[in-house]
Design a protein around this ligand. Structure first.
Ligand code: HEC
Length: 117
């Protein structure tokens, strides 16, 4: 299994309430994670039941926050990071959280520039 060497430089100053994008580094060897092989599926599995433009029930998810396409997710990557990547767990709001390993993968994907493929 691949090792995800996430460098969580957990702040010199201590207890931030959330991990920010600049607190996480892309591994020196880069990432194999892409929209095509990872992030699209992550969004479908964990986000799009509320955030897709096509969903029958947004459950209050803002219309401006749609993650169906690479362009949409890439444009919103900093907000996606703050809500769902690494130890940020405020999205999804329900009980069906993604595994922490997938949150770390999401952090790595975004920290490495959120590559498409
Ligand atoms: C059960 C429905 C639901 C699911 C699933 C869900 N969201 Fe949300 N999302 C919401 C609601 C409701 C709001 C508006 C309230 C809020 O911001 O907390 C929201 C708001 C947001 C926002 C906009 C606010 C901001 O902080 O910029 C982002 C970004 C977001 N969600 C990301 C995600 C991501 C990424 C996932 C998947 C990991 C996800 N959401 C899964 C319901 C959902």
């Amino acid at each position: 299994m691949r090792k995800y060497t996430l460098l969580l430089a957990l702040l010199v100053g201590g207890c931030a309430e959330w991990t920010e994008l600049e607190d996480v580094s892309c591994p020196p060897e880069g990432t194999d994670l892409t929209w095509e092989n990872f992030a699209r599926g992550f969004m479908i599995a964990h986000c799009n039941s509320c955030h897709s433009v096509d969903t029958p029930d947004r459950q209050g998810a803002p219309r401006a926050y749609v993650f169906d396409t690479y362009e949409q997710a890439h444009a919103l990557r900093e907000r996606i990071f703050i809500r769902s990547a690494a130890d940020n767990v405020t999205m999804p709001p329900g009980p069906d959280d993604p595994p922490l390993e997938e949150r770390d993968m999401l952090a790595e994907w975004i920290a490495c520039g959120a590559p498409a493929d």
